[in-house]
Design a protein around this ligand. Structure first.
Ligand code: ZN
Length: 227
């Protein structure tokens, strides 16, 4: 399936999920704990940096990062919902204005327990590869969450042929979405679209990689509860 087709089918599924909530159905979660709220931010999109201007992020082989991010955000969100979490998205398409400066506040306003920003990497060196997870400079909770997500993504390199561990897989930086988030937050660069073989891996294995992200979040929040 093309990424465009994938997004269309995932969007349809997501719209159905929201429709059932609007109808007032009680969602019974399998886990005996209050449902935590996770906000997932698909990086880039309409109005990201300038109002009315679409920001596709990186574009390689006709595929835009903005679309890839949506596909991963939907799939990760679906899996987290299945694990019993409340899931909210900062954006559901490429046409709704979603300013970068507002995204962390969308999560704060929703009393998010955790914030994930999903991106794909791109650089000039086509050999660069492997997932990188960023946390806000100086944030202990961010660092712990980043280590867990990175550990899970790196373990996938055993089962996804060609998916490699980055030489520096956990990094800190000063990104608006991380800096302004009140909850533990990470920005995930899932892999390099600028590496042709990794781009193929990212498009073909989005379900397994999304499940890895969801599992890491579940593990992290389960440990938080026990503490
Ligand atoms: Zn990006």
């Amino acid at each position: 399936m093309t990424i465009r087709g994938l997004i269309t089918s995932l969007s349809a599924g997501l719209a159905l999920a929201y429709a059932s909530n609007v109808d007032g159905q009680v969602v019974v979660t399998k886990k005996a704990r209050p449902a935590k709220t996770i906000v997932i931010d698909a990086g880039h999109g309409m109005g990201n940096r300038r109002s009315g201007v679409y920001d596709p992020g990186a574009v390689r082989e006709g595929i835009s990062e903005s679309d890839m991010n949506l596909a991963y955000a939907f799939e990760t969100g679906k899996r987290l919902s299945e694990k019993g979490f409340n899931v909210l998205h900062t954006r559901l398409d490429n046409s709704t204005e979603t300013p970068l400066s507002q995204r962390a506040y969308q999560a704060n306003n929703a009393n998010a327990d955790l914030f994930l920003s999903i991106h794909m990497n791109a650089v000039e060196n086509t050999g660069a590869r492997g997932p990188i997870v960023y946390y806000q400079n100086g944030s202990t909770t961010g660092s712990n969450l980043a280590e867990r997500v990175s550990g899970e993504l790196n373990s996938l390199t055993n089962s996804i042929q060609g998916y490699a561990v980055n030489s520096n897989p956990v990094r800190s930086n000063n990104y608006a979405v991380l800096r302004d988030s009140k909850s533990p937050a990470v920005l995930i660069e899932t892999g390099f679209m600028s590496n042709p073989s990794e781009l193929r891996i990212l498009t073909q294995n989005y379900k397994q990689i999304s499940e890895g992200i969801a599992k890491a979040v579940d593990d992290y929040l389960s440990n938080e509860v026990r503490r």
